[in-house]
Design a binder for this molecule. Structure first.
Ligand SMILES: Nc1nc2c(c(=O)[nH]1)N[C@H]1C(S)=C(S)[C@@H](COP(=O)(O)OP(=O)(O)OC[C@H]3O[C@@H](n4cnc5c(=O)[nH]c(N)nc54)[C@H](O)[C@@H]3O)O[C@H]1N2
Ligand SMILES: Nc1nc2c(c(=O)[nH]1)N[C@H]1C(S)=C(S)[C@@H](COP(=O)(O)OP(=O)(O)OC[C@H]3O[C@@H](n4cnc5c(=O)[nH]c(N)nc54)[C@H](O)[C@@H]3O)O[C@H]1N2
Ligand SMILES: [Mo]
Length: 630
């Protein structure tokens, strides 16, 4: 249910007024344990900060002044404003903004039925894994790679731009338990890097060169799988010529890795036919699309059919979303460009659920300014009074996945789980609120009134999954069907026809990006939060700035000093921690904590530029800053 690779099977119980949770020992990925943040879920669930009553804004936007309202009153207000907005400005001036706060099929998708029915604008989801999705489609026609359970039969796993010891702990443990050799390619010496057999510490944005260098060695040292390539690869000769001109000295100079490291990577990777887990984290940069495309070439060269892990799609969930309810084509608004569309006056009504964009979107100063200066009506449905809720006109209390029926898949593994309620405390589910709104709007369409169980049963039926089996075991594995590459040539495209059509180079390109400030700011995930979630309930965050001692020295900064971090987007103050884990030229802040608790977050500094050749994916990591003693 959480926005997390592992999608754990949790056994929960409610006794004597207290929720307890444990990892399901029967579930092959969860394997009987929860990660540190999962184990604390009862604290989140029982938090005294949970919203209990709807709120209506009384003070200035963002001031936090609200009055409590009844559910009827709040829903009536939302419905009448929705109706008025559509009458005055048209249905496309309404935007539903949601993301993965809860990944249950019903609670993720059902509210979209209402907005499809109303023909409103929807998001183009580009905040998380988009550039990599597009890049993998360019090469393989799909971003779905290997079933991680297949790792049991593998020897080597390469973590490329991902920090699974924090973000995919069950995947990391699966690899370790099965005795795989583990390598990490990252800019930062992460907790995963520290637990890996080999660590390739690379400069930001140079992954594309590293991967091309490895490809060159594989080809020129005849380490590639000729038979596989002949049969399954499109554009091999052209690609071979492309990497021929690449000098390994240049690769070494740019990446910061030694020539021998590149050669050793290639030789050992080929010998062990490694699997590459391509991270979501690192592709959120201007270089992300080309980097993933270059990395994607490597499994093909060593003859590993789907020798990568990125995304998993097991079941078709479209019925829950109900796009068939639309009578007009959808206008999509790029998620990262929300502020721009508000500035242009194209959005008059914003309905937010499952997301906290006032913490998670880049360039927060611009977004907040746009919201303050516009007259957009904002409704937020959340469990807590988040930063987004604080900026809203109406706040509706949500309940949690412990309190309702749902079904969930995973973006990492092939198990689907049934989520059954244990108890009900406060708030209403995303689907309940949808039904209330539909009723208040006088809509009669039966699809807007289907019960959660009806939707779940229908989804299972459409996917040939058994409700009875799920009821008994709690989870079921979706078998993998034989599949081919879904590219224009029907093969793995080292020369990509899709990218040529988009006006890009047929091969992955290395480009140098430079900012107006000297230090590259990375803002990756933090161990005890999921983006902004759990900050308010666990109170376990790390707001410090990590800086290399050499960069600190040049600026007269010492361990523990208060520093200002700034660029053209904004400025924040925090405490400096000197660390060799971040290389010279790079500084690090963890992503997206609650602004109302901290007074700032990393997204006051991050760029809202996008990876334009690759679906306009977000480019958080392409942010440059300067740091000085405050
Ligand atoms: N604990 C926890 N788990 C989570 C989440 C969370 O917030 N907290 N969020 C969930 C979500 S939404 C997502 S998308 C996933 C993200 O999961 P990950 O992909 O693990 O995410 P990140 O930590 O953002 O990024 C991974 C690494 O990319 C590195 N990196 C940055 N730039 C470069 C580069 O140019 N090259 C290379 N090679 N590496 C680079 C960073 O140093 C970082 O260590 O995790 C999910 N799981
Ligand atoms: N600087 C920086 N920023 C980033 C990233 C980065 O790497 N660096 N990563 C980006 C990535 S990968 C992602 S995926 C986005 C995520 O960005 P968001 O989608 O904004 O993610 P969360 O902060 O998890 O917010 C989810 C919200 O949903 C609420 N919620 C949970 N369950 C329910 C429910 O059942 N019903 C309702 N109505 N609400 C619920 C939670 O309380 C929480 O407030 O952030 C992005 N932001
Ligand atoms: Mo994400």
């Amino acid at each position: 249910m959480r926005d997390c690779y592992d999608t754990c099977s949790i056994i929960s119980e409610f006794k004597d007024g207290q929720l307890t949770v444990k990892g399901n020992p029967e579930h092959p990925i969860t394997a009987g344990f929860l990660c540190p943040k999962g184990a604390l879920l009862p604290r989140w669930f029982h938090s005294g900060d949970r919203l209990k009553k709807p709120l209506i804004r009384t003070g200035e936007r963002g001031s936090g002044q609200f009055r409590e309202a009844s559910w009827e009153g709040a829903i009536e207000l939302v419905a009448s404003r929705l109706r008025e907005t559509i009458e005055e400005h048209g249905s496309e001036s309404v935007l539903v903004y949601q993301y993965a706060g809860d990944r249950g099929v019903v609670n993720y998708a059902f509210p979209l039925r209402l907005f499809h029915y109303l023909n409103t604008a929807m998001l183009d989801y580009d905040i998380c894994d988009r550039a990599g999705q597009e890049a993998l489609k360019d090469v393989y026609g799909t971003a779905v790679g290997m079933d991680p359970e297949e790792l049991r039969n593998q020897r080597l796993l390469v973590y490329w731009g991902i920090n699974p010891f924090w973000t995919n702990l069950h995947g990391f443990m699966l690899a370790k338990k099965n005795g795989l050799e583990v390598w990490t390619v990252d800019v930062v010496r992460t907790e995963t890097a520290k637990r890996s057999d080999r660590f390739f510490q690379i400069r930001p944005d140079t992954d594309v060169l590293f991967a091309l260098g490895v490809a060159k060695v594989l080809i020129e040292e005849n380490l590639y799988d000729r038979a596989f390539v002949r049969e399954n690869v499109y554009g091999f000769e052209e690609f071979r010529n492309y990497v021929k001109t690449l000098s390994l000295d240049y690769v070494s100079r740019e990446t910061g890795l030694g020539v021998e490291e590149v050669e050793e990577f290639a030789r050992s990777y080929a010998e062990k036919r490694g699997v590459i887990h391509i991270g979501y984290g690192f592709q959120r940069s201007l270089a992300g699309g080309d980097a993933v495309r270059a990395i994607a070439v490597l499994p093909a060269l060593v003859g590993h059919r789907f020798g990568f892990i990125y995304d998993m799609k097991t079941i078709d969930k479209s019925y829950a979303e109900g796009a068939f309810l639309r009578s007009r084509p959808v206008k999509r608004i790029p998620q990262v460009k929300l502020a721009e569309y508000i500035e242009k006056g194209e959005i008059r009504f914003l309905y937010v659920y499952n997301s906290n964009p006032l913490a998670s979107l880049p360039n927060q100063n611009r977004l907040r300014r746009a919201l303050k200066e516009s007259d957009v009506f904002i409704v937020t449905h959340d469990i807590f009074l988040t930063d987004t809720a604080l900026y809203s006109d109406v706040v509706l209390p949500a309940n949690t996945f412990f309190e309702r029926l749902d079904v969930a898949d995973s973006y990492y593994h092939r198990y689907v789980a049934l989520n059954e309620p244990v108890v009900r405390l406060y708030g209403k589910s995303n689907s309940e609120v949808t039904r209330l709104l539909a009723k208040a709007l006088g809509i009669e369409n039966p699809y807007l009134y289907e019960s959660d169980e009806e939707v779940v049963r229908k989804i299972l039926e459409l996917n040939d999954l058994s409700w009875d089996e799920l009821k008994v075991r709690g989870f079921v594995k979706v078998p993998e069907k034989p599949r081919k590459w879904e590219t224009p040539s029907g093969k793995i495209e080292l020369l990509s026809q899709r990218t040529v059509e988009r006006g890009l180079s047929p091969f992955p390109e290395y480009r140098k990006f430079e900012g107006r400030y000297p230090l590259r700011l990375l803002t990756p995930t933090y161990r005890m939060t999921i983006t902004s979630q759990y900050h308010n309930t666990y109170r376990m965050i790390d707001p410090n700035l990590y800086i290399n001692p050499a960069d600190a020295g040049e600026r007269g900064i010492q361990e523990g000093d208060t520093v200002e971090v700034f660029n053209d987007y904004g400025s924040i103050k925090t405490v400096a921690r000197l660390s060799e884990d971040v290389p010279k030229g790079v500084v690090l802040l963890y992503k997206a904590f609650w602004v109302s608790l901290l007074g700032w977050n990393a997204n006051f500094l991050t760029t809202d530029e996008t990876v334009d050749g690759y679906g306009r994916g977000s480019a958080y990591h392409s942010t440059w800053v300067e740091v000085r003693r405050a």
